[in-house]
Design a protein around this ligand. Structure first.
Ligand code: GDP
Ligand code: GDP
Length: 455
């Protein structure tokens, strides 16, 4: 396996805490042999991480729960990753990349006796670009005499070097106090924002597709939850409507209700409104008027929804107008113009008659579920391993780039980071994305796949 040296399930443990009081993640990053594992042991207060004199030793675990001064957090020991496969520089860069993607704060460990190497400088650049808090650990300062070496590390530009002896414990307490100062209380990767609150829906589509009719239909047939804020009932911006026993918020409905018909720059204002609604929404219901050919404006609005990273449902409206002939052409138009959202759930509705509008809720649920799906790192890497074996990247210029491992860096929408040994061609990236969908679903959600190249 490409990911020898770390157990993907442990990273998942660090990332996959939705709903159980997620802990912030602290990554310990640095060159081999600088003392990362020794430091992790020190933080844990017990001998748990494996420490070996040989660099690149395979470790059983990488993530541990720790507690300092009454606060709990996860520690990720990045020691031992990929060193055989990638070489030291690439391995350390990969750790830094991971820290950038997944950690909430970083301890960057340097061997003060050795001083800053070129590899260290390169990692500092990566860390600085990430904007995550970094605490600089000048390790192996076992006594007073090493303090001067530690001071030399000011040159890295990461602020104060903390002189530490991970082996004997000297200075580790002060450094950890500083870590707690910069470590956020909760991880950045939270899902909390909308947990529990009503789901937010944007009804979007070009003028006259039937947005206002659909809103009136669902508001007329369902309970409208009255907003208590004075003045909001007259010209509500967001409307709360109970559908299938749950409250949903339709965002930015004022524009839909007001029915402004602008002639000058109507398209421009329509796209502004669409963008604003998407900004506030979790799921976009894109209406398409089936009585007319699918237009460039329709596909542009779909692109806006996809690019905004929202869950997407396509509602083919005015289905009551459809005859056999139009239906034939419509299916061809969909095949030709809407391939980019083949993955979106589809409902064929009539806002005028109410036909199949009850199918909106299951479609939105499906899309939101895909939007929030998290693939455990272990499963993801097993899947990536299978792909590498069955469909390797084509050889280019005598080299064959390989996906080494991957992790899901976020949800809403799902975001993946793949670490590869070389540049992956667009066709191969699309292939992986297609296979990800086949394997894990992701109905109704855009997914983002980015590739980090280790050379
Ligand atoms: P890693 O590869 O960065 O995880 O480094 P390790 O934690 O495995 O440590 C590499 C070697 O450095 C081991 O032999 C440790 O005992 C030694 N070491 C780690 N921290 C210190 C320290 O503070 N002082 C001294 N003298 N040796 C240390
Ligand atoms: P909006 O601009 O997207 O809000 O579109 P409207 O809701 O104002 O609808 C534009 C026109 O399409 C109106 O004349 C509606 O009566 C008509 N319309 C909307 N939905 C349907 C439908 O499902 N079937 C039919 N036949 N007409 C519809």
């Amino acid at each position: 396996a490409a990911q020898e040296g770390f157990d993907p399930e442990d990273i998942e443990g660090a990332l996959d805490e939705a709903g159980h009081g997620p802990l912030p993640v602290l990554a310990v990053v640095g060159r081999p042999n600088v003392g990362k594992s020794t430091l992790v042991n020190r933080i844990l207060g017990r001998r748990e991480a494996v420490v070996e004199d040989r660099p690149g030793v395979t470790r059983d675990r990488v993530t541990y729960e720790a507690e300092w001064a009454g606060r709990r957090f996860k520690v990720v020991d990045t020691g031992g990753w990929e060193q055989d496969v990638l070489g030291i520089d690439a391995s350390v860069a990969a750790q830094a990349e991971f820290a950038i993607e997944a950690a909430d704060a970083v301890i960057f460990v340097v061997d003060a006796g050795v001083g800053a190497t070129d590899t260290d400088e390169a990692v500092v650049k990566l860390l600085r670009r990430a904007g995550k808090p970094v605490v600089l650990c000048a390790n192996k300062v076992d006594g007073q005499s090493g303090e001067a070496d530690a001071a030399m590390l000011w040159s890295l530009g990461l602020g104060e070097p903390h002189p530490v002896s991970a082996l004997h414990g000297r200075g580790t307490g002060d450094m950890l106090d500083e870590v707690l100062n910069v470590l956020p209380e909760a991880p950045a990767q939270t899902f909390g924002q909308a947990l529990g609150g009503p789901r937010r829906i944007a009804l979007i589509g070009r003028p006259n597709v039937g947005k206002s009719s659909l809103l009136n239909k669902v508001a007329g047939e369902n309970r409208v939850v009255v907003n208590e804020v004075a003045g909001t009932t007259r010209d509500p911006v967001d409307e709360r409507i109970e559908l299938a026993g749950r409250t949903w918020t339709f965002v930015d409905t004022a524009g839909i209700r007001r029915r402004v018909h602008l002639t000058e720059g109507a398209d421009y204002y329509a796209s502004l409104r669409t963008a604003a609604a998407l900004e506030k929404a979790e799921v976009a219901v894109v209406l398409i008027d089936v009585s007319e050919p699918i237009s460039v404006q329709d596909t542009r609005i779909i692109s806006m929804a996809v690019d905004s990273g929202r869950a997407v449902v396509i509602a083919y409206n005015k289905w009551d107008t459809l005859d056999e002939e139009r239906r034939f052409y419509l299916e061809r138009e969909i095949e030709r113009d809407l391939v980019q959202v083949q993955w979106a759930p589809r409902v064929n509705i009539s806002a005028a008659t109410g036909r199949h509008t009850e199918k909106l809720v299951p479609a939105m649920d499906t899309a939101l579920e895909g939007w929030e799906t998290r693939v455990p790192t272990g499963r993801l890497n097993a899947f990536l391993g299978e792909i590498a074996a069955s469909h390797p990247h084509p050889v280019r210029g005598g080299k064959q780039p390989r996906v080494l491992f991957g992790t899901q860096a976020g949800t809403r929408p799902p975001r993946f980071v793949l670490f590869a040994s070389g540049f992956l061609e667009a066709g191969y990236r699309r292939f992986i994305e297609r296979r990800l969908r086949e394997e894990f679903g992701f109905r109704g959600t855009p997914i983002q796949v980015s590739v980090r190249v280790r050379e």
